[in-house]
Design a protein around this ligand. Structure first.
Ligand code: NAD
Length: 503
């Protein structure tokens, strides 16, 4: 496969129990290249029966195969094999990602080049976190001992979005496998091909047992069938806050452990002492990279009044210079949004912002020079009030809402005055101020003088409506373990049966 579109439509099936299988239903999903709308692949729209088959395979693999009882060093070996597969096939995987969602190849290639690091990191970490601990309990005058075992949950159902399809799957798959779980993945209907190809590569080139990793593509109803399946022990969801709430409700009814990585409306805050060249670059990185389609987008740009006008001039000038085009071209800086429905959503938000009183600094339109129906100009909205829809709701497109402030207190208040709490950034030379901001802002990730940086060993996740739980880092592995407390008595005698031994 090259970055050229395949000559014929590529047909994929479900991936269950180590093989491709046909769906129980006839409905299929066509996958197109959002740059020009060409259809190049098709996958089954998984049914509830398909989901059940995958969960049964994962359950059987958990209950009867050796994966969960494989020693951590053995799991590490397999995770390292997966990392090696990613390294070997990174070009192909990057191209598949770009053809599905139109993200720049020059972003997807480096993303694939580092993705294996997550598998290597969790392969190492499970040898450490998985070892449990011994507790010096004082019950029965110390004639007991207690230890903590870390055990996998069992079958994990993972549901993922379209914006960084394989990386966001990795944030679940790598720790889930490291802890000894088995896995059923429902990728986004917009980006199912890379998920199926990746599962095929892992199956062909590693010692991961059949049934441990299964993929059922499909639309929302496939995700709902997975989330509500009573054979799951944990649901791991990344997507919008609205769907995350539905998944959490279902998980609540089944009392299934759930983790949620949801939307954001993150403040990128520029003080008057910021290095303005650097800060403008950071704002561009936060909202125009990936065509603004990132959960951590710095979509609310809070700017001190002393530098506001100069900043707006510079940002609008830079926005106007962004080169839109084919996401496979290394010169392109912004590709299309991922599908027409997303384009309409972005456009409606821009129009609503203008109706509510924001001014157009730059953009807001379909550019003349691009093919297809999914391009929108990088857009700068100015004179935005924090109460406006464009300051409160996630747009998930290249739209910066610029909001002025005059004091540090006001900046912190505005930064927190939103339902989301995924990320935030501050641009200042004053480290005392930076630290006050870090301590006050209600967000799961804060950058000081940077934006949009992640790493395998740094936890990521949301406060407030941006999610529950964490991915990446040590915390990301803990999400996939049950904790068992084990008591041994060596006193040789059971005490008074009618009183509780508490010491
Ligand atoms: P989405 O919520 O529409 O869909 C996400 C996934 O859920 C898809 O696979 C979809 O098919 C499935 N789904 C839809 N309805 C469902 C239902 N009723 N039950 C179960 N599954 C269902 O989100 P999207 O448009 O694919 O992705 C964009 C969203 O994802 C944005 O809000 C973005 O902020 C968020 N996101 C969050 C993170 C994070 O780490 N916090 C990362 C990336 C994207």
């Amino acid at each position: 496969m090259s970055a050229d579109l395949p000559g014929e439509v590529q047909e994929y099936d479900l991936f269950i129990d180590g093989e491709f299988r046909q769906s129980n239903g006839d409905d299929r999903i066509e996958v197109d290249f959002p740059y020009d709308g060409s259809i190049w692949a098709s996958v089954p729209n998984g049914t509830a029966t398909d989901v059940d088959d995958a969960v049964q395979a994962a359950r059987h693999a958990f209950d009867h195969d050796d994966w969960r009882n494989t020693q951590p060093s053995g799991r590490r070996t397999v995770l390292n094999q997966i990392a090696d597969v990613i390294d070997e096939y990174s070009t192909e995987l990057a191209e598949l990602e770009t053809l599905q969602n139109g993200k720049l190849l020059r972003e997807m290639e480096p993303q694939m080049n580092v993705m294996g690091d997550w598998f290597r990191y969790y392969g190492r970490l499970c040898e450490d976190v998985g070892e449990g601990r011994t507790i010096p309990v004082e019950n029965k005058d110390g004639q007991m001992f207690n230890y903590v075992r870390k055990e996998p949950y069992g079958v994990v159902g993972a549901i993922t979005p379209w914006n960084s399809p394989l990386l966001l799957t990795t944030w679940k798959l790598a720790p889930a496998l490291a802890a000894g779980n088995t896995f059923v993945h429902k990728p986004s209907e917009e980006t199912p091909v890379s998920a199926l190809r990746f599962a095929e590569l892992v199956n062909e080139h590693t010692d991961l047992p059949d049934g441990v990793y299964n993929v059922v593509p499909g639309e929302g109803q496939t995700g709902a069938a997975l989330a509500e399946h009573d054979g799951l022990d944990k649901v791991a969801f990344t997507g919008s806050t609205a769907v995350g709430r539905e998944v959490a409700k279902t998980a609540g009814e089944n009392l299934t452990k759930v983790s949620l990585e949801l939307g954001g409306k993150s403040p990128n805050v520029l003080f008057e002492d910021a290095d303005l060249d650097n800060a403008v670059n950071g704002v561009m990185k936060g909202i125009f990279a990936a065509t603004g389609q990132t959960c951590m987008a710095g979509s609310r740009v809070l700017v001190h009044e002393d530098i506001h006008d100069e900043f707006v001039d510079r940002l609008t000038e830079r926005a106007g210079e962004i080169k839109l085009g084919d996401p496979r071209d290394p010169e392109t800086e912004m590709g299309p949004v991922a599908f027409r429905g997303q384009w309409e959503k972005v456009k409606e938000y821009v129009d609503k912002g203008l109706e509510e009183g924001a001014q157009l600094g730059f953009g807001g339109e379909m550019p003349d020079s691009t093919p297809g129906e999914c391009f929108i100009q990088p857009t700068v909205l100015v004179d935005v009030d924090n109460g406006m829809t464009v300051a409160q709701e996630e747009i998930f497109g290249p739209v910066a809402s610029v909001i002025p402030f005059s004091t540090e207190e006001e900046a912190i208040e505005l930064a927190n005055d939103v339902d989301y709490g995924l990320a935030a950034a501050i641009w200042t030379q004053n480290m005392g101020r930076a630290n006050r901001f870090v301590e006050s802002v209600r967000a799961g990730t804060v950058w000081v003088n940077e934006y949009r940086v992640v790493a395998p060993n740094s936890p990521f996740g949301g406060y407030k409506d941006s999610g529950l739980g964490r991915e990446c880092g040590r915390e990301g592995l803990e999400e996939y373990y049950q904790t068992k407390s084990v008591w041994y008595d060596h006193a040789g005698e059971v005490g008074d049966p009618f009183s509780l031994d508490v010491e």
